[in-house]
Design a protein around this ligand. Structure first.
Ligand SMILES: *Cc1c(COP(=O)(O)O)cnc(C)c1O
Length: 728
């Protein structure tokens, strides 16, 4: 095994386990882990932005020494370390108990982004959080998955809005020494470095490791000095706009990713491609088999039979298509090593519905035996979109399955709601058993006033945090513009019905839809007796001027005095702000243009916490909405859909949402509303959890792919599989 290094200071022996604990994101979804770091230094925890590595780096020796002699701290330390170590037992968990020895059969999971924690900015949006939540859930279930992705040194755009509402983001370079990531070393103790063919001059990669509970995540880094300057920036930031740069990124992620696994001697039997970006990994896996003596055809079939591909994009324009001249520029010298003819290669990436380029999704669909979309509705769309690849089949038989997305419950549940209220009324076992519907029936046992009081405290906390951000801005002479401050939520009022809209400012998500009819909206928010306030947050892609214009529209409403401060735009949407928002607003608003939201997950985060969703029927909401857990409407057709959809939303607000929220008893408790909150929790908890999702991936795909993989091992006489099959 190759080594890994970190730059942490020496820790006193008695508490040296803090090192392993700090570098394992286990703490990010186990409150007792975070609690231990907080106990060590509340101030350090706060100042580090909840990043234990940064915090340990900054603590002085005496603090650490005195903790190592403090019986109170040591009691906590011992108990947390014991739980941590027992969690890390690789032979424990659902997969082991029901399926197979996880040390033998592993799944290599490839994704261009991972959203894990605000200290690790390797994501753009939902796709990343899906992947991050999935790694955590696989760890919880003991599913033997290894993640591969990119290290984006400039992944982070700190969003700053100018007084005229323009997003002027500053790239923040990640400080690697104080993030919970470690560099992977070679046998000699130098940073592991490997060379990628295909690109000329060749690209050298270094590797970083993130420990996500039991799951290892390897991140590829091209910023090493060994590279030509133009290659150093390959992984500079997510999703380069320029096609050639993007192709180079995808070559490095796919082909480079397989090389990394090889260099680390990591055995795996199955490969799971999260979206088309890493699909070139298929080629390198085939090449390895051809090099070992197989024909291209045999190698292709073996790889295909053990590859799972998940597509997330319901619009043709969202799929990567590369011009053939670029594909040839990069692949002509590589293909012979696979014994793959260039025309055959082109055929693999050919999209009959739109000939003319190399389509990554068409390529991934053809190269995988198991394919899925991410909601029931998305399956219909995807089947129709790719039917031309299976021209003999009717659309409803196109071999693309679906596994609806889910969220990692321990990561997104508010800690107090889980630890205090659910533990008490659902029983302590609720988290362990959260994909069983039965557990959630007990939600009805929670007294309305208990749930309501909790919710109001979360709303207060959200508004306090927003005001604190505004105060910091006010204190900063370069940002203390009064319209910036007024737009950022200083007049938010906890008792007022609060709508939340937070997501990437992509145009299909229609962030400005609520502003369609400004006069009507003004009447709604400024109602004297039953006012409404709206909190917006979200980033526009740096290169997307259109989204920036949408953001500017929202921002100008936020600073418009005639809205009375009831519309707020909160800067710098990230995982931490998402947590406060999904826990603390009253209604989660979701209004993309159907059918463009393949699934959506932020509404799951909100509903899990008892925040009902008002959403167009698209993505997961078609499966999730039951008439009692929020509000739904069909997206309108024809011309002027924005005006029509906005009118429906205003009607729903005026006729349903506002009356329900303000219908309170003498104690101020809106019983009908709380009933809806309970229903929201009850539906999302079991059915839209990453646990349900991970079990489904295992049962639908991994087991079948494993069986194939083991059969071929068996034929080669390499592995003893009899015990395995008896268990499946
Ligand atoms: C969950 C999440 C997303 C994805 O939200 P959607 O509404 O599903 O697009 C994006 N960003 C952050 C910070 C999230 O937590």
């Amino acid at each position: 095994m190759k080594g890994i290094i970190d730059k942490l200071p020496h820790l006193p022996d008695r508490i040296s386990g803090l090192r392993e604990l700090a570098y394992n994101l286990w703490w990010s979804w186990h409150p007792e882990g975070r609690g231990l770091f907080k106990l060590l230094s509340r101030r350090g925890w706060f100042l580090s932005g909840h990043n234990p590595v940064k915090m340990l780096n900054s603590l002085d020796k005496t603090t650490l020494e005195s903790a190592s002699n403090d019986p109170h701290f040591l009691r906590h330390y011992d108990s947390v370390m014991e739980r941590f170590e027992s969690y890390m037992d690789l032979s424990a968990g659902w997969f082991c108990a029901n399926v197979a020895d996880p040390r033998r059969y592993r799944i290599a999971y490839f994704s261009a982004e991972y959203g894990l924690h605000h200290a690790l900015p390797f994501y753009a949006g939902g796709l990343g959080f899906l992947a991050g939540d999935y790694l955590k859930e696989c760890s919880d279930l003991g599913i033997p998955l290894i993640g591969v992705g990119f290290m984006y040194p400039q992944g982070y755009i700190r969003q700053m809005i100018t007084p005229d509402g323009w997003q002027a983001g500053a790239c923040e370079i990640l400080d690697r020494e104080s993030a919970p990531i470690r560099r992977v070393l070679d046998k000699k103790g130098d940073p592991l470095s490997l060379k990628i063919p295909v690109i000329d001059p060749p690209v050298y990669l270094e590797v970083w490791k993130v420990q996500v509970g039991k799951t290892d995540l390897y991140l590829i880094d091209s910023s090493t000095e060994a590279n030509e300057p133009e290659n150093r920036c390959i992984s500079e930031r997510l999703y380069a706009g320029d096609p050639e740069k993007r192709l180079r990124q995808e070559i490095v992620l796919g082909i480079g990713g397989i090389r990394v696994l090889k260099a680390l001697n990591i055995d795996y039997s199955i490969m799971h491609l999260n979206e088309g970006h890493p699909a070139f990994a298929v080629l390198e896996r085939i090449r390895e088999k051809v090099e070992a003596g197989k024909s291209f055809r045999d190698a292709f079939e073996e790889v295909q039979a053990t590859t799972i591909f998940t597509t997330h994009t319901p619009v043709p324009a969202g799929h990567d298509v590369f011009p053939i001249h670029l594909i040839e520029k990069y692949f002509l010298s590589y293909l012979p090593s696979l014994e793959l003819d260039k025309n055959d290669f082109r055929k693999l990436g050919f999209n009959p519905a739109d000939p003319g380029g190399f389509n990554m999704t068409a390529f991934a669909l053809r190269c995988s035996a198991y394919r899925n979309s991410v909601s029931k509705k998305h399956q219909d769309i995807t089947r129709r979109m790719w039917q031309s690849i299976w021209p003999d089949l009717p659309a409803d038989q196109v071999p693309i399955d679906y596994v609806t997305n889910g969220i990692h419950v321990p990561s997104w549940i508010d800690r107090r709601l889980g630890d205090i209220i659910f533990n008490r009324y659902l029983g302590r076992i609720w988290l362990e058993e959260h994909d069983r519907e039965r557990i959630w029936e007990m939600i009805d046992e929670i007294p309305n006033e208990v749930l309501w009081k909790h919710h109001m405290s979360m709303k207060n906390l959200l508004i306090t945090r927003i005001r604190e951000r505004a105060r910091q801005k006010w204190l900063d002479p370069s940002r203390s513009d009064s319209s910036l401050i007024m737009a950022s939520g200083v007049l938010l009022d906890p008792p007022v019905l609060t709508l939340g809209f937070a997501r990437r400012f992509a145009s299909y998500k229609r962030p400005a839809l609520l502003l369609q009819d400004i006069e009507r909206l003004k009447r709604i928010v400024n109602d004297i007796w039953r006012p409404v306030q709206i909190i917006f947050a979200g980033k526009a892609h740096q290169d997307d001027q259109n989204s920036k214009l949408l953001l500017q529209r929202v921002f100008s409403a936020a600073k418009d005095p005639t809205f009375g401060g009831r519309i707020a735009f909160v800067e710098d949407y990230d995982e931490l702000l998402a947590q406060y928002l999904v826990h603390g607003v009253d209604v989660w608003v979701n209004n993309p243009i159907p059918p463009m939201e393949a699934s959506g997950t932020s509404g799951m985060k909100a509903t899990l916490n008892g925040v009902p969703q008002l959403s167009v029927l698209d993505g997961w909401w078609i499966e999730g909405y039951n008439g009692k857990n929020g509000w739904a409407f069909e997206g309108q057709a024809g011309s002027n859909i924005d005006a029509k959809d906005a009118k429906i939303i205003y009607d729903i607000l005026e006729e349903k949402v506002i009356p329900a929220y303000y219908d309170v008893d003498n104690e101020g408790i809106p019983h009908g509303w709380v009933q809806m909150m309970k229903e929201a929790i009850k539906v999302t908890g079991p059915r839209f959890s990453a646990r349900r999702m991970a079990k489904e991936y295992t049962q639908k795909f991994y087991l079948r792919a494993l069986e194939t993989a083991m059969k071929s091992d068996y034929q080669l006489g390499r592995k003893d599989i009899s015990d395995f099959f008896s268990k499946i």
